[in-house]
Each structure stands twice: as C-alpha cells, then as structure tokens.
Design a protein around this ligand. Sequence first.
Ligand code: FSO
Ligand code: SF4
Length: 547
Amino acid sequence: MFCFQCQETARGTGCIMKGVCGKDAATACSMDLLLFVTRGISAVAETLRKNEIDVDAKVDRFVVDALFSTITNANFDIESIRRRVDKALSLRDSLKDTAAAHGIELPHVDEVTWSGTRDDYDAKAREVGVLHETDEDKRSLKELIVYGLKGMAAYVEHAMRLGHNDTAIHHFMQSALAETAYNRMSVAELTELALKTGEVGVHAMALLDTANTSSYGHPEATTVDIGVRNRPGILISGHDLKDLEMLLEQTEGTGVDVYTHGEMLPAHYYPAFKKYAHFAGNYGNAWWKQREEFASFNGPILFTTNCIVPPLPNADYKNRMFTTNSTGFPGCRHIETDENGHKDFSEIIELAKKCAAPKEIEHGQITGGFAHNQVIQLADKIVEAVKSGAIRKFVVMAGCDGRMNSRNYYTDFAERLPKDTVILTAGCAKYRYNKLPLGDIQGIPRVLDAGQCNDSYSLAVIALKLKEVFGLDDVNSLPIVYNIAWYEQKAVIVLLALLSLGVKNIHLGPTLPAFLSPNVAKVLVENFGIAGIGTVEEDLDKFGLSN
Ligand code: FSO
Ligand code: SF4
C-alpha cells in the first residue's frame, strides 16, 4: 500500500505498512482498485457524453459514493469496498456495451480495458495505486485533484440526499477523474485543472448550502448544551443532516434523547431541529477523542460519515456502533436506505432503550450558528466595530482537528490572539478553542462558528459581502487573515475553493500536505502565498497581531 492523502500520514511522507488511521494494507489496496475502476467508468461516461449519448444518473451516484468511501476514516470494511469494485466493473462494462452499440471508440487506457474477477483484485490493486504515476509533479497534482474530488463528492452526496443535484458538477467530476487516467496533461494543465476543481467545489458547497438551508432554515445564533440528561441517548456523528432528521423523527416520544458528536454539532443551529425537545445537546469533542467519549456515552452511536477511529479490540462500545451511507466498519451493523430514501433506525432505538444514560464529561453551553445569513444580519454592527477599531482583524481558523500534539498550537494561537480580533471558524478545528472563555466584542462573540467544514462556504460568502460593504476590489484587502488546519480530503476541496476565489496567503497546518511535491508546493507558494505554520509567536507576528 501507499497512501499519503491525509495530514497524519506516517512520518509525514506516506503510509506503507498500515494506515496511521487504522486502515490495513489490503483495504487500502482495494480502495486503489476501486478508484482505478471508477476512473474507467468516468472515462467511458465522459466519452459517451461527448458523443451525445445520455448516461444514466446511477453512474453519478456510484462515482460519488465510490469517492466518498475512500475518504480518510470513512470506511474500514474491505468487503464493502470489494462489493463496490464488483459493481464498478459491471457498471463500466454496461457503459462499454452502450458505446459498442453506437460504434463509439473508447480511450485505450487500462482503466477501461482491464477485466478481472475477485481472484485478480489483489494483484491488480498493487499495480494501480498512487505510485503508478512515476512523474512526481504529475502525481502530486493528480492526487491534489482526486482528493479535491473526494471532498466534493461528500458534499454532493449530502445535497443529493436532500433532493438537490447538479449534473454539471457530476460531469466535471467524471471528466477530471478520467483526465487522471489519460496521462496527457502537462504539469501546467494539471495545475489549471486543480484550480478548476476548486471552482466547481465552490458550486458544490453552494449546492449543499442551498440544500441544507432550504430544508432546515438558515442557521441562527444558538447556545448548545454540552452536559447530559438522565435518559438513554443515541449519539449521531458525521455530517448528514437528512439522517439526523430521520433519527429525530423516529426517536420522538420513545424516551430516548439524541446527542450530536463532532461535526454534527452545527445541526443545533438549524431552526427545523429546534422543535425536537429530545434533541439534547452535543456530547464530547472532535472525532479523534471518540474512543474515550463513546465508552462513557453508554448508548448507541450512528456514523453518518467519516471520521471513524477503529475501536480497540476490547472496546465495549463496538457493539453499539452503527454505520450508514458510504461509511463502514467490519462487524458493525450498516443501516441501508430503502428505495424511497428512508432509513429504519428502530434497531438503534431499541438498543438505546436498554442502555444507561450518558455519563457527564462536561457541562455548560457553547455558542454557534454564525453562517452567512446570520452574520450578514449582523453586518451593520460588524462594519461599525471594524470602522471604530473595536475589531482589528478577523482570523479564519476553519478546518479540521486531529490527534497530533502539534495541534495544541491552535489552542495557544486562539488564546494569545489580541482581544480585538474575531475568529471565524467551520469544521471540527473549532474544538481546539470553542470552549475557551474568549469573550465578545460589543456583543459579537470572538469565536463565530459557521458550522461544518462545508460551511467554510459561508466564510467565503461573508468575506465577499464584507468586500462589497467596504467597497474593496480585492478580497485580500479585507482585514482577514487565514490560519487553517487540515486533516482529510474535504479540507482539500475547501482549500482549492478558497484559492479559486482568489484568497491569498493562507497558512496551512499543522504540516503541509505530503502529497505536494517540492515543485507543486513552490507553485502554491509563489502564486498564492500558501505557507505552513511556525511558532505561535512567529505567526502572530507575521499576521501583524503580536500584541
Ligand atoms: Fe473532515 Fe476536517 Fe468535516 Fe472534521 S474536513 S475532519 S470531522 O473538519 O469535519 O469532515
Ligand atoms: Fe495513512 Fe492518512 Fe492514508 Fe490513513 S488516510 S493510510 S493515515 S495517509
């Protein structure tokens, strides 16, 4: 295996024996094979479209799920990945039959021509991984594009579950994936394609924003309880709001409460979920603390998306873990969607009724809900505070949290920011500082949480709105600095999206991606001012915030 797609990759270069995330080599290789066949599907689908032949929407759904299932910490179930490979080969071959029936010539690439059975999977998988591309810079750019597409796929899947879709996004995703198989683009062309991926990523995030807000209302300033009640609970983690909605409906009146974990916290900010009296609060912190927090929660846990940390062999909560959508873990029950898009959570609810109430690990409240609509309602107040000098700068600290000790940097950085600065955040990075007593500026909290990682879109909308209000030509002239933390591939699409919007001088940490070759990193540094992080002192100084 070779995988270097996330920030925690082994030795900062690549996982080769087993993933730091817990993914074993066989599963990693199966994912390589799944991506290989998905590139083949994309190449055939793209060729059919170029010949004005319609391609069934099931191809779009398949490609999105295949990409999503290979995101860091989403799926550890090799059998579910192999089943996807079986399905991918049959889907690709049916598209090839359509091409043959119309006399259409297909690209002569292995992704399109290779055929095999399960007995051949392991050997083929070893040939088609990341290192198959031998040019270091092209490999770097292709992986940057593919990781961006994985993040985009996650966001599109959530939007599709809420009935929102955009075929242009799917067509782009498939043509970009196909391009990574063709090996015909120069480094400069692949760089362009990476930026284009960011541009389409903005549309994907906008699509999800519309899906979420038209289904559940605009997030509003909200305080969320972080303590516990005395009834049994179900903990829901991940990003999928449709799953949350169905779970809240099905648990109503059952005597079971629902708590959010990790990236599901921002669900509390949506008006539609506030009517559920049993929607009890948020339990715990970011994804990587789940081993301790799931043990003390006592009730069932539903993973709607990444991030899963494999439970230790003796973990008693393993038999309380459920997966759904693109996620999977061997031995955990997987909740399927029926043909009407409905899920039956009764097994989880029945289990919850037999469990003890959660053990309290914290108490109090946290505040969030500052997505674009809420912030724009406060625009006058914010502009006044900037003009009067009460707010000197906004610091975007969106992104991911992770296990590494080096991420204490973000807590220290937030604590040491001058009191006339406001943090704009989204994603699970916020858990590094959202429980600190950072106070407010004239009633504006010093941490404005827009929501999940996809709600980084809100931060871009806010920046563009402020640019308009201040009458500036360039988004980089605003008093906003960017100190973003990343972990997995959704953060990659967020980064590419910000670059495509012209945002410069983003600091990215705690380490720069291992998949950036020195030359590709140089392009990002020279053209976009991308930089890593230093010490808190050095960085406060660089941002002009050292007092
Ligand atoms: Fe991932 Fe980052 Fe959104 Fe966290 S981008 S790691 S669990 O912020 O959440 O999916
Ligand atoms: Fe390693 Fe990250 Fe890949 Fe897991 S996802 S195998 S930790 S690089």
